[in-house]
Design a protein around this ligand. Structure first.
Ligand code: ATP
Length: 245
């Protein structure tokens, strides 16, 4: 769950939000709407900790993992497709790497054995043994075939990169999924696929999008950012629009 209490934010002397109080609960998909420059993307940055509020609090339950869709299409050029997806679950990727480094040691000590056992337990708890098959399945359902999974991101087309970054965000069932303009650069087939994926998702999803059709298909709640306030209402985009007019 995410709880926002008396939250305010000023950027460069400009008040963006004032005294915002909201709760986000699992099983809901929230659409964030508002005029250009109202503060929709900045709101996502407050949720995933890239920004801190000037006043009040943004509280995320301990042990809840947040995953954000990366907008940086060229940020992973020297990684393989598979690495890019798995690193979306950073802690899992770190444990995988630490384990591999330990086993690669020429002078593996008793102490290393104890460390390795701890890492193995943590790895199993995160369902690490299924990480590659799960990532592979996710990629294939996004039409990135198996023979591309060990290719470097630099070898992919722009459209393929967008799909891999989407797989990276969705990988490992994050507790909180933040999607800023997820339909940008996606073909109609993939947009439909994502709509179906989100319809079945039981965690918290928060989407910033100008794509009204997509918001109508996916959202159960809307957050309207307007003049420093964020108002939450039940329903999808059209439902809220009809209520307000
Ligand atoms: N790091 C920053 N420094 C200064 N101003 C910023 C910074 N980040 C955001 N802003 C300003 O805060 C306001 C909100 O920006 P934000 O990108 O959140 O808006 P938005 O609602 O997502 O807009 P759009 O729909 O155009 O993407 C804008 O006026 C923007 O210029």
């Amino acid at each position: 769950m995410i709880t926002i209490s008396e939250m305010g934010l000023q950027i460069s002397g400009k008040k963006l939000y004032d005294n915002v109080n909201l709760k986000f609960t699992p099983g809901n998909c929230y659409g964030v709407i508002g005029a250009n420059g109202a503060g929709k993307s900045t709101f996502l940055k407050l949720l995933d900790g890239r920004l801190s509020p000037s006043t009040g609090e943004v509280h995320v339950d301990k042990n809840e993992r947040i995953s954000s869709l990366s907008q940086d299409h060229y940020g992973f050029e020297d990684q393989t497709v598979m690495q890019t997806v798995i690193q979306g679950y950073q802690h899992l990727a770190d444990v995988m790497e630490a384990k591999d480094a330990l086993y690669a040691k020429a002078d593996f000590t008793e102490e290393d054995g104890i460390k390795a056992a701890d890492l193995e337990a943590e790895f199993a708890e995160m369902d690490g043994w299924n990480a590659e098959p799960d990532a592979s399945q996710l990629l294939q359902s996004l039409e990135i075939p198996e023979e591309m999974h060990q290719q470097l991101m630099s070898e992919l087309t722009e459209g393929q990169k967008v799909k891999v970054l989407l797989a990276r965000a969705l990988f490992g069932e994050p507790d909180i999924l933040l999607l800023d303009e997820p339909t940008n650069g996606l073909d109609v087939y993939t947009i439909n696929w994502l709509e179906n994926f989100l319809a079945d998702y039981s965690k918290i999803v928060i989407i910033v999008s100008h794509d009204r059709h997509f918001l109508n298909q996916t959202c159960t709640m809307m957050c309207d950012v307007d003049y420093g306030e964020i108002t939450m209402y039940v329903g999808n985009y059209d439902f809220g629009y009809n209520q307000a007019n």
